[in-house]
Design a protein around this ligand. Structure first.
Ligand SMILES: Cc1ncc(CN)c(N)n1
Length: 233
Protein backbone atom coordinates (compact mmCIF):
# COMPACT_ATOMS: atom_id res chain seq x y z
CA UNK A 1 0.00 0.00 0.00
CA UNK A 2 1.38 3.45 -0.86
CA UNK A 3 1.79 6.11 1.78
CA UNK A 4 -0.98 8.60 1.14
CA UNK A 5 -0.97 12.04 2.61
CA UNK A 6 -3.51 12.25 5.43
CA UNK A 7 -1.37 14.22 7.81
CA UNK A 8 -3.19 16.56 10.10
CA UNK A 9 -1.80 18.56 12.96
CA UNK A 10 -4.82 17.63 15.13
CA UNK A 11 -5.29 21.30 16.08
CA UNK A 12 -1.73 21.42 17.44
CA UNK A 13 1.23 23.04 15.65
CA UNK A 14 3.33 21.86 18.61
CA UNK A 15 2.39 18.23 17.96
CA UNK A 16 3.19 18.78 14.25
CA UNK A 17 6.62 20.20 15.19
CA UNK A 18 7.35 17.22 17.48
CA UNK A 19 6.28 14.85 14.69
CA UNK A 20 8.51 16.65 12.15
CA UNK A 21 11.44 16.48 14.59
CA UNK A 22 10.88 12.72 14.96
CA UNK A 23 11.48 12.40 11.19
CA UNK A 24 11.85 8.84 9.89
CA UNK A 25 10.98 7.37 13.28
CA UNK A 26 7.45 8.72 12.86
CA UNK A 27 7.14 7.11 9.42
CA UNK A 28 8.53 3.82 10.75
CA UNK A 29 5.75 3.88 13.35
CA UNK A 30 2.72 4.80 11.29
CA UNK A 31 3.77 2.80 8.22
CA UNK A 32 5.02 -0.26 10.08
CA UNK A 33 4.58 -3.70 8.49
CA UNK A 34 2.00 -4.54 11.17
CA UNK A 35 -0.08 -1.50 10.14
CA UNK A 36 0.18 -2.31 6.45
CA UNK A 37 -0.88 -5.89 7.06
CA UNK A 38 -3.92 -4.71 9.05
CA UNK A 39 -4.87 -2.70 5.98
CA UNK A 40 -4.41 -5.43 3.38
CA UNK A 41 -5.77 -8.15 5.68
CA UNK A 42 -2.60 -10.29 5.56
CA UNK A 43 -1.89 -10.02 9.31
CA UNK A 44 -2.16 -13.50 10.87
CA UNK A 45 -5.03 -13.67 13.35
CA UNK A 46 -2.65 -15.01 16.05
CA UNK A 47 -0.50 -11.88 15.73
CA UNK A 48 -3.56 -9.64 15.98
CA UNK A 49 -4.86 -11.40 19.09
CA UNK A 50 -1.38 -11.39 20.63
CA UNK A 51 -1.18 -7.64 19.95
CA UNK A 52 -4.67 -7.04 21.42
CA UNK A 53 -3.86 -8.93 24.62
CA UNK A 54 -0.68 -6.88 25.05
CA UNK A 55 -2.57 -3.71 24.12
CA UNK A 56 -5.12 -4.40 26.85
CA UNK A 57 -2.23 -4.42 29.34
CA UNK A 58 -0.74 -1.35 27.66
CA UNK A 59 -4.00 0.61 27.91
CA UNK A 60 -4.29 -0.13 31.62
CA UNK A 61 -0.92 1.54 32.18
CA UNK A 62 -1.75 4.25 29.69
CA UNK A 63 -4.90 5.02 31.72
CA UNK A 64 -2.67 5.24 34.82
CA UNK A 65 -0.50 7.78 32.97
CA UNK A 66 -3.56 9.90 32.14
CA UNK A 67 -4.63 9.61 35.77
CA UNK A 68 -1.19 10.98 36.62
CA UNK A 69 -1.97 13.86 34.24
CA UNK A 70 -5.00 14.60 36.44
CA UNK A 71 -2.60 14.81 39.38
CA UNK A 72 -0.17 17.06 37.46
CA UNK A 73 -2.85 19.32 35.95
CA UNK A 74 -2.54 23.05 36.62
CA UNK A 75 -5.95 24.13 35.40
CA UNK A 76 -9.56 22.94 35.47
CA UNK A 77 -9.48 22.36 31.72
CA UNK A 78 -6.35 20.17 31.97
CA UNK A 79 -7.94 18.21 34.79
CA UNK A 80 -11.27 17.85 32.94
CA UNK A 81 -9.71 16.56 29.71
CA UNK A 82 -7.27 14.21 31.46
CA UNK A 83 -10.11 12.76 33.55
CA UNK A 84 -12.30 12.33 30.44
CA UNK A 85 -9.43 10.54 28.70
CA UNK A 86 -9.13 8.06 31.57
CA UNK A 87 -12.85 7.40 31.17
CA UNK A 88 -12.56 7.02 27.36
CA UNK A 89 -9.71 4.52 27.74
CA UNK A 90 -11.23 2.42 30.48
CA UNK A 91 -14.84 2.48 29.32
CA UNK A 92 -14.61 2.80 25.52
CA UNK A 93 -11.26 1.67 24.09
CA UNK A 94 -10.66 -1.32 26.39
CA UNK A 95 -14.12 -2.83 25.67
CA UNK A 96 -13.13 -3.11 21.99
CA UNK A 97 -10.28 -5.38 23.07
CA UNK A 98 -12.49 -7.31 25.49
CA UNK A 99 -15.10 -7.96 22.79
CA UNK A 100 -12.67 -9.18 20.11
CA UNK A 101 -10.69 -11.31 22.58
CA UNK A 102 -13.91 -12.87 23.94
CA UNK A 103 -14.66 -14.06 20.40
CA UNK A 104 -11.20 -15.70 20.43
CA UNK A 105 -12.02 -17.45 23.73
CA UNK A 106 -9.98 -15.11 25.97
CA UNK A 107 -11.82 -13.77 29.01
CA UNK A 108 -11.31 -10.32 30.54
CA UNK A 109 -9.86 -11.98 33.65
CA UNK A 110 -7.22 -13.59 31.44
CA UNK A 111 -6.53 -10.24 29.78
CA UNK A 112 -6.08 -8.61 33.16
CA UNK A 113 -3.59 -11.29 34.22
CA UNK A 114 -1.70 -11.47 30.89
CA UNK A 115 2.09 -11.50 31.14
CA UNK A 116 3.59 -8.28 29.86
CA UNK A 117 5.97 -8.47 26.88
CA UNK A 118 9.29 -6.65 27.49
CA UNK A 119 8.49 -4.07 24.76
CA UNK A 120 5.24 -3.29 26.57
CA UNK A 121 7.00 -2.95 29.90
CA UNK A 122 9.66 -0.66 28.40
CA UNK A 123 7.12 1.64 26.75
CA UNK A 124 4.58 1.99 29.56
CA UNK A 125 7.17 2.47 32.29
CA UNK A 126 9.04 5.02 30.17
CA UNK A 127 5.81 7.02 29.92
CA UNK A 128 5.04 6.73 33.62
CA UNK A 129 8.60 7.69 34.57
CA UNK A 130 8.46 10.75 32.30
CA UNK A 131 5.26 11.76 34.07
CA UNK A 132 6.53 11.14 37.58
CA UNK A 133 9.80 12.99 37.05
CA UNK A 134 8.37 15.83 34.92
CA UNK A 135 5.34 18.07 34.70
CA UNK A 136 2.07 17.96 32.75
CA UNK A 137 3.75 19.02 29.49
CA UNK A 138 6.44 16.32 29.84
CA UNK A 139 3.60 13.84 30.06
CA UNK A 140 1.88 15.24 26.97
CA UNK A 141 5.10 14.87 24.93
CA UNK A 142 5.26 11.12 25.63
CA UNK A 143 1.50 10.52 25.38
CA UNK A 144 1.05 12.32 22.04
CA UNK A 145 2.58 9.62 19.78
CA UNK A 146 0.09 7.11 21.13
CA UNK A 147 -3.01 9.28 20.82
CA UNK A 148 -2.27 11.05 17.55
CA UNK A 149 -0.36 8.22 15.91
CA UNK A 150 -3.38 5.92 16.00
CA UNK A 151 -5.54 8.81 14.78
CA UNK A 152 -3.26 9.20 11.75
CA UNK A 153 -3.02 5.43 11.18
CA UNK A 154 -6.81 5.01 11.40
CA UNK A 155 -7.49 7.77 8.88
CA UNK A 156 -4.87 6.49 6.45
CA UNK A 157 -6.04 2.89 6.63
CA UNK A 158 -9.70 3.89 6.29
CA UNK A 159 -8.82 5.68 3.06
CA UNK A 160 -6.74 2.88 1.58
CA UNK A 161 -7.62 -0.45 3.20
CA UNK A 162 -8.80 -3.34 1.12
CA UNK A 163 -11.48 -5.79 2.23
CA UNK A 164 -9.86 -6.68 5.54
CA UNK A 165 -11.02 -8.61 8.61
CA UNK A 166 -9.56 -5.78 10.67
CA UNK A 167 -12.14 -3.22 9.53
CA UNK A 168 -13.67 -2.83 13.01
CA UNK A 169 -10.25 -1.94 14.44
CA UNK A 170 -9.61 0.54 11.62
CA UNK A 171 -13.04 2.15 11.96
CA UNK A 172 -12.54 2.65 15.70
CA UNK A 173 -9.46 4.83 15.17
CA UNK A 174 -10.71 6.47 11.96
CA UNK A 175 -14.09 7.21 13.56
CA UNK A 176 -15.24 10.66 14.59
CA UNK A 177 -15.15 9.83 18.29
CA UNK A 178 -11.45 8.92 18.28
CA UNK A 179 -10.57 11.76 15.89
CA UNK A 180 -12.31 14.22 18.24
CA UNK A 181 -10.17 12.91 21.12
CA UNK A 182 -7.03 13.61 19.02
CA UNK A 183 -8.11 17.22 18.41
CA UNK A 184 -9.05 17.69 22.05
CA UNK A 185 -5.62 16.46 23.14
CA UNK A 186 -4.03 18.65 20.44
CA UNK A 187 -5.71 21.76 21.85
CA UNK A 188 -4.72 20.65 25.34
CA UNK A 189 -1.06 20.41 24.27
CA UNK A 190 -1.19 23.90 22.72
CA UNK A 191 -2.55 25.47 25.89
CA UNK A 192 -0.25 23.48 28.18
CA UNK A 193 2.78 24.57 26.15
CA UNK A 194 1.68 28.22 26.07
CA UNK A 195 1.13 28.21 29.84
CA UNK A 196 4.53 26.69 30.60
CA UNK A 197 6.80 27.81 27.74
CA UNK A 198 5.25 31.10 26.61
CA UNK A 199 4.64 32.20 23.05
CA UNK A 200 7.89 30.86 21.50
CA UNK A 201 8.14 27.29 22.81
CA UNK A 202 10.76 26.24 20.27
CA UNK A 203 13.16 28.85 21.63
CA UNK A 204 13.02 27.60 25.21
CA UNK A 205 15.56 25.39 26.95
CA UNK A 206 13.01 22.60 27.36
CA UNK A 207 12.19 22.24 23.67
CA UNK A 208 14.97 19.80 22.70
CA UNK A 209 14.17 17.54 25.62
CA UNK A 210 10.45 17.48 24.74
CA UNK A 211 11.29 16.58 21.11
CA UNK A 212 13.62 13.81 22.30
CA UNK A 213 11.01 12.35 24.63
CA UNK A 214 8.35 12.43 21.88
CA UNK A 215 10.77 10.65 19.53
CA UNK A 216 11.61 7.95 22.10
CA UNK A 217 7.90 7.25 22.64
CA UNK A 218 7.50 7.06 18.84
CA UNK A 219 10.31 4.46 18.62
CA UNK A 220 8.67 2.48 21.41
CA UNK A 221 5.41 2.48 19.42
CA UNK A 222 7.23 0.95 16.43
CA UNK A 223 8.82 -1.64 18.75
CA UNK A 224 5.32 -2.45 20.03
CA UNK A 225 4.13 -3.23 16.48
CA UNK A 226 7.20 -5.38 15.97
CA UNK A 227 6.35 -7.28 19.16
CA UNK A 228 2.84 -7.79 17.77
CA UNK A 229 4.24 -9.45 14.64
CA UNK A 230 5.85 -12.14 16.79
CA UNK A 231 2.44 -13.60 17.57
CA UNK A 232 3.45 -14.76 21.04
CA UNK A 233 4.71 -13.17 24.29
C1 LIG B 1 0.45 0.72 21.86
C2 LIG B 1 -0.73 1.60 21.61
N1 LIG B 1 -0.54 2.89 21.20
C3 LIG B 1 -1.64 3.68 20.97
C4 LIG B 1 -2.91 3.23 21.15
C5 LIG B 1 -4.10 4.14 20.88
N2 LIG B 1 -4.68 4.64 22.06
C6 LIG B 1 -3.06 1.92 21.56
N3 LIG B 1 -4.29 1.39 21.74
N4 LIG B 1 -1.96 1.09 21.79
Amino acid sequence: MNMISVRTDFSSPIFAAWRDAAGDDWTAYIDHEFVRSLGDGSLPRASFIHYLVQDYVYLRHFARAWALAVVKANSREEMRIAAATVDALVNHELPLHVGICAEAGISEDELFEAEEAPENLAYTRFVLDAGHSGDFLDLMAVLAPCVMGYGEIGTRLAATAADTPYRQWIDTYAGQKYQDVCHKVGRLIEQAARDRLGSSPQETERWRHLCKQFRTATKLEAAFWQMGLRGHA
